[in-house]
Design a protein around this ligand. Structure first.
Ligand SMILES: Nc1nc2c(c(=O)[nH]1)N[C@H]1C(S)=C(S)[C@@H](COP(=O)(O)O)O[C@H]1N2
Ligand SMILES: [Mo]
Length: 255
């Protein structure tokens, strides 16, 4: 069975539609953008993304009960950024650290951890699925990304939100991106807490993204800067994320 078949079946199941719905012409702004549709998305991914966005399907990812939480939640990828600046912030428990939010926004701003903790918080117990074949259920607490974006006020041409991280793979800093539907989804948070404690360094302190309807590699850890952009073409290699650019991973990693 091809990957496309799997995602098509999965999608139809999720959307609860028949095959004929797939013939609907594209009418949303994102899917009409040639750079986005033709360059960024692969064909199977394109189908999943377009149908989901066309139907306006925007469900919550499943949330679990405290008793479902994994006794241990492994770390993956980088677990300790090497950058001297990051190490300095770690020593002072991120007291002077600030998250910069800019790009295509009207009011660029920076947020301390205390600023973020003073904003409305959301906690959710969700399952993290890594593309490498492991899953774990954990509890995440943080500020909805939408609340941060409302503070900085997106420019009308902003289409994607890019996350720039402190860690690097052979000299390239980790980065990821999502569209505005996911950015304003209620379960999309910048998490500063995990399993009722502080977010551990290995899991991405001081803040990491949780975008619960996508795979593990989208959950950017050690987020230092957030940038709103009109197009992903000028970000890294143009495919929207470190693994997308370096290893051909899908940009829309819907679960
Ligand atoms: N900055 C950064 N974010 C990252 C990674 C990374 O190496 N660096 N790895 C990704 C991958 S592949 C996974 S599965 C999850 C792992 O999150 P965890 O360490 O909290 O389990 O983080 C994702 N986000
Ligand atoms: Mo992963």
């Amino acid at each position: 069975m091809t990957k496309d078949t799997i995602s098509r079946r999965r999608l139809l199941k999720i959307a609860g539609v028949t095959g004929s719905a797939l013939l609907l012409p594209g009418c949303d702004r994102l899917s009409r953008s040639p750079t986005f549709r033709e360059v960024v998305l692969s064909s199977g991914e394109k189908l999943a993304y377009r149908v989901q966005r066309l139907l306006g399907v925007n469900p919550l990812a499943r949330e679990y009960e405290p008793e479902d939480m994994s006794p241990s939640f492994r770390t993956n990828g980088n677990t300790m950024p090497a950058a001297a600046e990051y190490r300095r912030h770690l020593e002072t428990n991120f007291a002077d650290w600030r998250l910069d939010v800019g790009g295509a926004v009207k009011k660029p701003a920076s947020f301390s951890l205390a600023d973020m903790k003073a904003m409305p918080a959301r906690s959710q117990i969700t399952r993290h699925d890594c593309v490498e074949g492991w899953s774990a259920i954990g509890k995440w607490t943080g500020v909805p990304l939408g609340a941060i974006l409302d503070r900085v006020e997106l420019e009308p041409d902003a289409r994607f939100i890019v996350f720039h991280c402190a860690d690097d793979f052979r000299g390239t800093n980790y980065y990821e991106s999502i569209d505005l539907v996911d950015a304003f989804h209620p379960q999309t948070i910048l998490a500063y807490g995990m399993n009722d404690g502080e977010l551990p360094v290995g899991h991405g302190a001081p803040v990491r993204l949780r975008v619960e309807r996508q795979l593990g590699y989208k959950q950017a850890k050690f987020v230092m800067r957030i940038e709103a952009v009109e197009s992903l073409s000028a970000v890294g290699g143009g495919k929207g994320g470190y693994w997308e650019d370096s290893n051909g991973y899908e940009w829309y990693a819907g679960i």
